[in-house]
Design a binder for this molecule. Structure first.
Ligand code: ZN
Ligand code: ZN
Length: 277
């Protein structure tokens, strides 16, 4: 089986509010998208198609056809107001989860001869939704950034061995990284809010369990967890996972991805081994 992706961008305005909720309730459910009368996003929609390679042509699907379908179903949203211009949102809230679902329905109900596998819809650089059809299992990813110092050194190894394994990260006085953390949860879309998890609710969890704990800290010196544990990104990922896991109840923590440098990234799924595309 082959998977191929095509991207399309559009800019649109929206407002995510439940009229008879307080500002605090709306902010918990929708984050900044629930504040004020409306605002815009530069959305990025990545459509993944699955299929066998056709022997005669050597391709899965003609990308010229895909481009045309995406222009007619997704591209038409460019410069629109999702609440006012889309019939689907006359009585629903245009959250990223529900917009991804609407785009999915539009694409599959157009006369396409390809099999849609996934829509990844970025609301902005820091939040995206993976939609595979239906509202029962939708994936939401939030990205945060923080800075921390560490020194990688194992007391069980010689100085030469430590230098050979950890390289620059073995510098005796430590050094710092600007870490990027992507946290992915999955669950069903709440019919009232149109979200898998409240945007403000998830941000509060990440603020409490990651930012306040690790941002601008020396991992070796300031964190009890690393008194006996070498703060490699592998161990760090597991520590972050264990802090986050009990905080998600209605949704399932699915994956974390810790980007240590532009060249090194670490993914951890806890006990999950399933890898849907
Ligand atoms: Zn918004
Ligand atoms: Zn390092």
């Amino acid at each position: 089986m082959m998977y191929l992706s095509r991207r399309i961008r559009f800019s649109a305005a929206h407002s995510c509010r439940i009229a008879d909720w307080t500002n605090i309730q709306n902010a918990q459910a929708f984050g900044k998208c629930g504040v004020g009368t409306g605002h815009g996003h530069d959305y990025l929609c990545e459509v993944t198609i699955e299929g066998p390679i056709e022997a005669r042509t050597g391709i899965v699907v003609n990308l010229v056809d895909v481009k045309q379908v995406l222009l007619e179903t997704v591209g038409v949203l460019d410069s629109s107001h999702l609440n006012h211009d889309m019939a689907e949102f006359k009585n629903a809230i245009p959250t990223t989860e529900l917009v991804a679902g609407v785009l999915w329905e539009r694409i599959v109900s157009s006369e396409v001869d390809f099999h849609l596998r996934r829509i990844r819809l970025y609301q902005d650089r820091t939040r995206f939704v993976d939609y595979h059809g239906g509202t029962e299992m939708v994936y939401v990813t939030r990205q945060i950034e923080f800075s921390a110092a560490h020194r990688l050194h194992s007391p069980e190894l010689s100085d030469e061995e430590n230098a050979a394994i950890f390289g620059k990260c073995n510098n005796p006085n430590g050094h710092g990284h600007n870490y990027r953390l992507e946290v992915t949860v999955r669950g069903s879309v709440d019919p009232t809010t149109g979200t898998v998890i409240g945007v403000g609710e998830m941000d509060d969890i990440l603020d409490m369990e990651v930012m306040r704990r690790f941002d601008h800290r020396n991992l070796n010196e300031d964190l009890e967890e690393f008194k006996q544990l070498n703060p490699t990104s592998e161990e760090f990922s597991r520590v972050i996972w264990n802090h986050l896991l009990p905080r998600f109840n209605k949704v399932e923590l699915y994956k974390i991805r810790l980007v240590e440098t532009a060249n090194n990234a670490f993914e951890y799924y806890g006990d999950n081994h399933e890898r849907p595309y």
